[in-house]
Structure formats: C-alpha cells, structure tokens
Design a protein around this ligand. Structure first.
Ligand code: NAG
Ligand code: NAG
Ligand code: NAG
Ligand code: NAG
Ligand code: NAG
Length: 446
C-alpha cells in the first residue's frame, strides 16, 4: 500500500504567511523531566525545551503559559502574537512549553515504533504539571502567582484536560479551536470543508471541485491518455491529494483568501483538468511541510509521524471521504486510512484496539461536554475541526478567520466579532487573576 507522503489536515498551525514584528527578550531554556511520570522505579530523564520572558513581570503578576503541542516552539512567533500582548497587559511572568517528542524536546533517540511508548497525552500533561511546580518552587517572586494557560488546537485540548486533572495548578485557561471529542471515522471534516466552499465561494466553487475530483478519479481508474499526460506533468500527486490540499486551506485561511482561491478554482474551464492540477500544485506549495509518516529521525519540521501515532494510539478522528456529502469523491476510504496504523506502528493497532482507546479518552474527559470550569472556549466558524470541539452553546464562535487566528496579534482590519471574542478572553482572565472566576456561564453547563 502506498502511504501518503504529506499531511495536511493535522491540527498544527500554518506558519509561513506572516512575519513577526515583535522584538522580545524571549529566552530558550531547558528543564529535566522524567521519561515515565507514572513509574517510580523508572528513573530515566530527558530535557524539555521551553521559552521564558520575565521582562514584563511585576510583583503580584500572574504566570501565563502558552502551551504548544505538535510543532516546534519558536522565539517571537507571530502565531502567538496575542499571547505577547496578554503577558504585557497583565505584567505576567511568561513561558512557552514544548510538547515531548516535538521540536527539540526529544525524550528518546529516534522515532522507531518501539520508542513511541512514552508519547501520550497523560505524560505530556504530567510534564506540564512538573513544569509549573518547578517554576513556582525555584522562582520566589512567582511562588504564589495565579496561573493562566493558553493553547490552540491540540494544545487547547491540553489546557482543558489540565484543568480537569490538575485544578490546583491552573486558575484559568483559554482553549482555542480545541478538539475534545473523538471518533474513529471523522468524515465530518470533509463535509465541513465542502460546506465552507459552498458558503464562501458559492455552489460554483463546490461543484467545480467535485467535478474535477470525480473526473480525475475516472481517468485514474482507466489509466487513460489524460491520466498518462497528467502523470508526465507531475500533477497526479496533487490531484491524488485534492482533499487534503483544499481542506488545509479552508482550515487555515481567512475568508478573503478563501474567496480568492474559489475565484481561481471557478475560472478553470471544465475541459482543463490540467489547469486544476496546476492550481493544486500552487496551493500545495503554500502549505508548510511537516515531514512524512515514515520519518524515523527527529528534525524540527518532522511532526507528522508523531501526530499520526497519537491519532492511532489515542485520538482517532481519522479524516476520510466516507461521506457522500463532500466534493472530493471517495478517494480516502476509512479502511485504508486506519490500516496505516498497523503498517506503521505494529500489529497491535487493530480497529478494535484503536476503538477502545478512543472510548477511553471520551469516557475520561466527557467529549463535547467536558464539565470543566474556568476555561474560555473559542472556535473558528469554518474550521473543519469545529465539530470535534465543545458544544457550540459553550463557545464563542468567530466567523471569517482560520484555525487559531484568534490567538494572533491584533490587526487594524480585525472583524468586530474577533475583537469582541478577544475582549471576552481578556475579561475572563482578569477575573481569574483577581480571584473572582466563578461568574462564568460555563461553570454549570459545559
Ligand atoms: C517500571 O520501570 C522499571 C525500571 O525501568 C521497569 O523494569 C518496569 O517494567 C516498569 N514498569 C512498567 C509497568 O512499565
Ligand atoms: C517531473 O518530475 C521528475 C522527477 O522529479 C522531473 O525529472 C521532471 O522534469 C518533472 N517533469 C515536469 C514536467 O515538471
Ligand atoms: C486575510 O489573510 C490575508 C493573507 O494572510 C491578509 O493579508 C489579510 O489581512 C487577512 N484579512 C483579514 C480580514 O484578516
Ligand atoms: C490565484 O491565482 C493567481 C494566478 O495564478 C495567483 O497569483 C494567486 O496567488 C492565486 N490566489 C490564491 C489565493 O492562491
Ligand atoms: C466578583 O463577582 C461578584 C459577583 O458576580 C461581583 O459582584 C463583584 O463585583 C466581583 N468582584 C470583582 C473584584 O470583580
């Protein structure tokens, strides 16, 4: 079986389109962590990377931690512009943590299947707990500070679960675009991407994508002259990944950019499948590379294998084209997608095993109704991950932006909805820091 060579629809943020204007004194540091936090007789340790900014701190100020997940942390990253704004507004002692097995936080030698055992949500949350206890114990000025966690995407899920597992270590958190419920076949993602295409670009945009996707599959099946020609032009690899390429743009781009992509799609003549392939080639070139699922060596940009392992061993939520109600044709059937777990990580990863793990995490944390307090939930309206998030009644839903854009720096052309969502986050954080965090509507319901 041929494995797909690239991403794209993991939770990670797309990084290449903006540059930082910040010039902060953010320092790279390291903290020793246990390899296995849940086995007292295992004394092995490793060094976790983190970033620290102390220049905004004033006595009495809080600790604010930007939690990172399946990507490499970066100094002055434009992706977390709003974090830099918040730490300044609250005179916070600020940290960014890196997730084990990503970036330079490497607890094991390489990414062979037998080394992935300690890559789990539970261990990552325990790393975070040790991190907070250690900083409070070693920096006297913050020994009694309130603790606020911010995270987007999988890191937002971590913030939510951290509040449930370690409530004594966190006073409040902001979870943006967090997945909270898990299933095996997450076909809704492609359905959602299709709905967004229709909404943003009109029926025409959806219909064009569907027409070209299905036409391509026919040429591929018959291996005819058109297919041979597309192959000679190196366009089949992009046409084979039409679902991931387009859905990745839907996930990460704002509405203006998506409108312009739809304009490009609908300007292609129906007899010009070559032109559609060229457009996919262009769109693919704008997606940052995340390595392949078969990369066995650590590198800062290698995240796909680790994240896919977490998908197989805990999270499920496989993106498939099982539904009829999406525009890409049935090119990624559930059985072929989930079979990659066994191929990559060993015979243990049967559907039954993965299914039991998915049940376990839903039962432990409550799925879309996690019954958690002091967490502010935001979701972007057109994010294909939206349907894995908290129930809509408990979240602030923001139109027009891509996945996690609410945590970027404020801009002059931000929509009123986006500005209001950030203001609400600010107000809640201020309440939690001032010890008055009980007035939230989510306390009883969500
Ligand atoms: C705990 O660690 C010890 C020492 O490394 C090891 O022999 C043992 O198998 C571990 N137990 C479990 C349950 O992993
Ligand atoms: C297609 O890719 C091959 C191998 O990378 C390369 O040699 C060839 O020039 C490419 N063809 C076109 C039309 O770009
Ligand atoms: C949408 O994204 C583009 C490209 O990144 C950017 O130039 C533009 O300002 C964004 N629009 C809004 C309203 O944020
Ligand atoms: C639309 O196509 C033009 C011409 O190829 C290209 O320059 C532009 O970047 C495309 N727009 C988007 C949003 O990809
Ligand atoms: C704390 O919450 C109560 C009840 O909502 C409110 O009356 C009071 O003014 C709040 N105090 C502060 C310091 O915000």
């Amino acid at each position: 079986m041929k494995l797909k060579l690239f991403l794209a629809l993991i939770l990670a943020q797309i990084t290449n389109i903006i540059t930082s204007e910040n010039d902060l004194n953010e320092n790279e540091m390291w903290i020793e962590q246990k390899l296995d936090h849940f086995n007292d007789s295992d004394t092995r340790t490793w060094n976790m990377r983190y970033l620290s900014i102390s220049s905004f701190f004033k006595p009495g100020g809080p600790i604010i931690i930007n939690v990172n997940a399946e990507w490499s942390i970066a100094v002055n990253s434009p992706l977390c512009g709003h974090y830099y704004e918040l730490i300044e507004m609250f005179n916070a002692y600020a940290f960014q943590t890196e997730h084990r097995y990503y970036g330079k936080s490497r607890p094991v030698e390489n990414l062979r299947a037998e080394n992935l055992e300690y890559l789990s949500l539970k261990q990552a949350l325990a790393d975070l707990a040790h991190f907070i206890r250690h900083q409070k114990a070693t920096i006297p000025a913050i020994a009694n500070s309130k603790v606020i966690l911010i995270g987007c995407s999988y890191a937002g899920s971590m913030v939510t679960y951290f509040r449930k597992d370690y409530p004594e270590l966190i006073d409040g958190g902001w979870a943006a675009g967090a997945a909270l419920t898990y299933t095996l076949d997450y076909a809704d993602a492609m359905v959602s991407a299709g709905i967004s295409l229709r909404k943003i670009g009109g029926d025409n945009c959806y219909d064009c994508v569907e027409y070209f996707s299905k036409t391509y599959l026919k040429h591929k099946k018959s291996q005819d002259a058109v297919y041979t020609e597309l192959n000679a032009q190196n366009l089949t690899e992009h046409l084979d990944n039409v679902d991931e390429i387009i859905a990745t743009h839907v996930q990460h781009r704002n509405i203006t950019t998506m409108q312009s992509i739809c304009k490009n799609i609908t300007s292609i003549q129906h007899n010009d499948i070559h032109g559609f392939g060229k457009l996919l080639e262009l769109l693919y070139s704008k997606i940052p590379k995340v390595g392949s699922k078969t990369d066995l060596d650590f590198a800062e940009e290698h995240v796909y294998r680790q994240y896919f392992y977490q998908t197989c061993s805990e999270f499920g939520n496989f993106f498939t084209t099982s539904s009829q109600h999406q525009p890409f044709g049935n090119k990624a059937p559930f059985s072929s997608v989930i079979a990659e777990c066994k191929t990559l990580f060993g015979p243990k990863y049967t559907i039954d095993y993965i299914s039991s793990k998915v049940d376990e995490i839903n039962n432990k944390y409550g799925g879309r109704e996690p019954q958690v307090d002091h967490i502010y939930f935001t979701k972007s309206q057109d994010d294909p991950w939206r349907w894995t998030g908290i129930i809509d009644e408990c979240a602030t839903i923001i139109p027009g932006i891509g996945h996690c854009h609410e945590l970027r720096a404020r801009k002059t052309n931000d929509s009123p909805e986006l500005m209001a969502a950030r203001q609400k986050g600010f107000d809640l954080i201020r309440e939690w820091i001032n010890g008055n965090g009980t007035s939230r509507e989510t306390l009883t319901k969500c």
